[in-house]
Design a protein around this ligand. Structure first.
Ligand SMILES: [Cu+2]
Length: 452
């Protein structure tokens, strides 16, 4: 996400526009954010637009085991459905958004997101993607970035584990007209598009009810000289109903700027440094299904730890496949890498990483992911490598993935994440074409099978 200062600016714009008399401060502010989305569209700054003529269908039923990352991970009876949301118009590099970003659709709230089923179903896999209207993949090699998306679920009983007790306004929830007491952040993705997969030997899922509502915060970037229309895709692996033998998992979102925009200023322009979250004490107990970190360019690894042990060291991979490399930048030494793949199978196996099992690695649990390339586009991508993958850890042995250092969640624990950056090793993004470093992130999402 972009800077909090921008949010303040946005809020100021909206304040000046309409302030309905509202009983709840949060709801009121949420209305304002919705209004901002409307203003963005009205001002010709991009946003949700009608389906272009000839666009591919919005709902695509895929084979029951069609996601590459899920090979060998099929649960009996599973279905794979890709839903195409939006579409969203993203302004070109020569235009500035209301919030001062060139070539960007900034944190656009979409509360009209479709669901993979009517009534009850159980999610056992998720993956975000970005597509052009004809269904082809949109990525860095054609100048489009899934800079960031946050997937929130609003509904009875939905409570955000790590923002529930946050004092004050929680921005991501506010953005979609909710609060941490009425909704939770289920998933997030950036351009690396890492999937959440429940290993086949684990009987657990995220159980959707008919009263649940889905909402996205969508942040896209366009390096091209013309406006682009793209669909944000979400590929769901689901089971019908709520199978009795499946337990329930809950998302736990760790963040160095918890309940905020997730962004923090880069503490220094070069060299190595760390950013760290506030400690979190669990409000429930359970077993770790899996977790992964998210950093921006310049990041080397993200540690998740408790006072008992290190839980996960989520390391970055840069430019792991050609679609993550700007065309203008040349192909460098990418010989031998696999062809660019379609978004629905972009498990982003870390080609060249010895611990990766091609086609399966990173199947992971969620991956807080999205590698905001930031302003790397300013230099046309020459010589700049972007994060294409972050390593996941699991509560159990699965494929070639790391096993988490702790397999249980206790109310007596204190959880912290530490993001490690080294700009000497990997250049970071610059702010708006200047020499100043862009804001950065440190996030991890963990899925926990709740003890009931
Ligand atoms: Cu990010």
């Amino acid at each position: 996400m972009k800077a909090s200062t921008i949010l303040l600016l946005a809020a100021a714009i909206v304040n000046a526009a309409v302030v309905p008399t509202a009983p709840a401060p949060n709801a009121n502010a949420a209305d304002k954010r919705q209004i901002l989305g409307g203003i963005t569209s009205l001002a010709g700054k991009g946003g949700k637009v009608p389906d272009p003529a000839g666009a591919s269908p919005r709902r695509v039923e895929l084979g029951s085991n069609s996601t590459k990352a899920g090979l060998g991970q099929a649960h009996p009876g599973q279905k794979v459905v890709k839903l195409r949301e939006g579409p969203y118009s993203v302004i070109n590099m020569n235009k500035m958004s209301l919030t001062g970003e060139a070539g960007a659709l900034w944190n656009y709230p979409d509360v009209g997101v479709s669901k993979p089923c009517e009534g009850n179903c159980t999610i056992i896999g998720l993956q975000a993607g970005l597509e052009y209207p004809d269904g082809t993949n949109a990525n860095i090699d054609s100048g489009m970035w899934l800079h960031h998306m946050v997937f929130l679920v609003k509904g009875p009983g939905r409570v955000d584990a790590t923002c529930e007790n946050h004092r004050g306004v929680s921005l991501p929830h506010l953005d979609v007209g909710a609060t941490p007491q009425t909704s939770e952040r289920l998933f997030s993705s950036g351009n690396e598009r890492t999937p959440l997969i429940v290993p086949k030997d684990v009987k657990a899922g995220y159980k959707i009810n008919d009263k649940d509502q889905f909402a996205f915060i969508v942040d896209l970037m366009n390096d091209n000289m013309e406006d682009k229309v793209v669909y944000l895709t979400m590929t769901y692996t689901i089971l019908d109903g709520h199978p009795e033998d499946y337990e329930t998992f809950r998302p736990v979102w760790f963040d160095v700027n918890q309940c905020g925009t997730s962004e923090v200023p880069s503490p220094q322009p070069d060299g190595a440094f760390t950013i760290q979250s506030q400690p979190w004490t669990p409000t429930f107990e359970g077993r770790v299904l899996g977790l992964a970190g998210h950093l921006h360019d310049g990041g080397t690894n993200l540690q998740v730890k408790t006072q008992r042990a290190n839980v996960c060291n989520s390391t970055t991979t840069y430019a792991g496949s050609p679609e993550f490399i700007p065309k203008a930048g040349g192909m460098g030494d990418m010989g031998g890498m696999e062809e660019g793949e379609h978004s629905d199978e972009e498990a982003a196996p870390a080609a060249g990483e010895s611990e990766s099992m091609p086609g399966m690695d990173m199947g992971g649990e969620e991956e807080a992911g999205h590698s905001h390339g930031g302003m790397a586009r300013r230099d046309g991508g020459h010589g700049v490598e972007h994060i294409s993958n972050m390593k996941s850890c699991y509560g159990m042995k699965w494929g070639n993935n790391e096993v988490a250092g702790i397999q249980d969640l206790k109310k007596t624990d204190t959880w912290t994440i530490v993001g490690h950056y080294d700009y000497n090793e990997h250049p970071g993004a610059k702010h708006g074409g200047s020499d100043k470093p862009a804001n950065i992130m440190g996030i991890a999402i963990m899925f926990v099978i709740e003890n009931l």
